[in-house]
Ligand binder design. Structure first.
Ligand code: AHR
Length: 481
């Protein structure tokens, strides 16, 4: 039996680990969140009410925007004011981007979600002056030209900009740079991300592509003193082959296990990047920010290949849970992550079909994990409950939250753990499962996969439950002291 207990000096699981990523890609922004002022779909200031309500329920702490690869071809001035200037979205399907959703609409989205801002700036095809003007437009409270322009566009007060990313994937779609070249670019561009007023902007440098440890080495050696965070991108592909990634819905038992094995690689990546960061920054001032992660499959047949639309099953739920557990284990260094992406793209929380919407199994994992946000980390050693179980725990507001994932496909698993003090109330006991590993929600059956009550037995300090196959569960127990 596993004995769980709080440890002195345990890190807090930053709620920003539960961040989202929303790019101008496919139907993520348009239709996914923004339907515009004239839409028949119920909306508040152009943002669809059903999607906002669902996202508020999982307590989205922040949203990274506008990309992704799109960020390095985005020219923000085209997306403000009454006359928006369209552009071609060259990365994602070559479609015309109307720029109807821009800076003002993004901050309206954050207001409605009660979430923080994480904007990714354009280094690849932008200029230092353009980036500087954007920062002034958003955050300067004065009569300077950019602040005046913002006011003419209807926003008197500056916005609060918590995080600013200086370029995205600068080693690839963001400019194909070599690490030292980007380190220099970063140093130059970030200089003009000024702090106006009281509130400092946390600056995020573009980090490595999965296991590119040289990138982290060079960035930390040459630019660490100018950054608050360094990013990392890693996607889970069932086959690890970008040409033939595998299908989202139609997969074998072998592919289930392979996909979860690929997801677990996140632990090795964070461990090794953190080791490099520790050498330059032993106090862990610079956060490791995994601002793109999740599953990436072959697109759904019949959909635009540039739109990256995919379905989501219990396999994605297991990937989400396993990955969040890894982030918890590294909570001292990993202080923000952004799953890709929020709506209709890759491992989405929500899928829409015109006026219809559904929440995915991944969404339900984020729901089951809300009590871990800003909670004190409680260690659960890897494999503590056996090879087919992955678990995490935390403590907040007088209660322990224990989340347990069964990766077994063909059997139930009994789980037993002990708390340091006697539970006085079961505050939550729910499990997300489904008839098969491929179980998923459709627009005709949007709640086929949803959390149900989980039977839990409490005897003294001991808690027992039984997990069904391919399932993610959360038990939250209030304790006396
Ligand atoms: O999330 C989709 C794309 O994946 C992003 O635009 C890019 O940064 C990454 O390659």
């Amino acid at each position: 039996m596993i004995a769980l207990s709080r440890a002195a000096g345990a890190p807090v699981i930053d709620r920003r680990i539960y961040g989202q990523f929303a790019e101008h890609l496919g139907r993520c922004i348009y239709e996914g969140v923004w339907v515009g002022q004239d839409s028949a779909i119920p909306h508040r200031n152009g943002l669809r009410i059903d999607v906002i309500d669902a996202l508020r329920h999982i307590k989205v702490p922040l949203v990274r925007w506008p990309g992704g690869c799109f960020a390095d071809e985005y020219h923000w001035l085209k997306g403000v004011g009454p006359e928006r200037q369209p552009m071609v979205n060259t990365h994602w399907g070559g479609v015309v981007e109307s720029n109807e959703f821009g800076t003002h609409e993004y901050f309206e989205l954050l207001d409605q979600l009660d979430a923080e801002a994480y904007i990714n700036g354009n280094v690849g095809s932008g200029t230092v002056a353009e980036m500087q003007d954007w920062i002034e437009y958003m955050t300067l409270d004065s009569t300077a030209p950019m602040a005046e322009l913002r006011k003419r566009h209807g926003r008197e007060q500056p916005w609060k900009l918590e995080f600013f990313g200086v370029g995205n994937e600068s080693w690839g779609c963001g400019g194909n740079m070599l690490p030292l070249h980007y380190a220099n670019q970063y140093r130059q561009f970030q200089t003009y991300v000024r702090k106006y007023g009281e509130h400092p902007i946390s600056k995020i440098a573009c980090g490595a592509n999965s296991d590119d440890y040289e990138w982290t080495e060079v960035l930390m050696a040459r630019a660490a003193e100018h950054m608050n965070g360094l990013s990392l991108h890693y996607y889970t592909l069932p086959t690890s082959d970008w040409e033939r990634k595998g299908a989202a819905l139609d997969f074998t038992d072998f592919e289930w296990h392979e996909t979860l094995r690929q997801a677990r690689r996140m632990d090795e990546l964070i461990t090794r990047h953190s080791r490099i960061m520790d050498r330059y920054d032993p106090a862990k001032r610079v956060a490791l920010i995994v601002d793109e992660w999740g599953t990436w499959y072959d697109v759904e047949e019949g959909t635009n290949p540039g739109f990256l639309y995919q379905q989501s099953t219990m396999r994605d739920a297991a990937v989400a849970a396993i990955t969040l557990n890894i982030f918890h284990r590294h909570a001292d260094r990993v202080r923000m992550t952004n799953i890709a992406q929020m709506v209709n793209v890759l491992q989405a929380m929500i899928l829409t079909d015109g006026a219809r919407m559904l929440t995915t199994p991944t969404y339900h994992v984020f729901d089951l994990y809300t009590d871990h946000q800003d909670a004190e980390y409680v260690d659960v050693p890897v494999g503590a409950f056996g090879a087919d179980v992955d678990a995490t725990a935390s403590f907040k507001d007088g209660a322990y939250t224990v989340s347990i994932t069964s990766t077994a496909l063909d059997r139930e698993i009994d789980v037993e753990f002990e708390l340091p003090s006697t539970p006085i109330e079961v505050l939550r006991a729910q499990v997300l499962g489904g008839p098969s590993a491929t179980a998923h929600n459709t627009f005709d059956a949007p709640s086929a996969v949803a959390p149900v009550e989980l039977a839990v037995a409490v005897q003294g300090r001991t808690v027992k439950t039984t997990l069904p196959p391919h399932a993610v569960a959360t038990v939250r127990l209030a304790v006396a002291d």
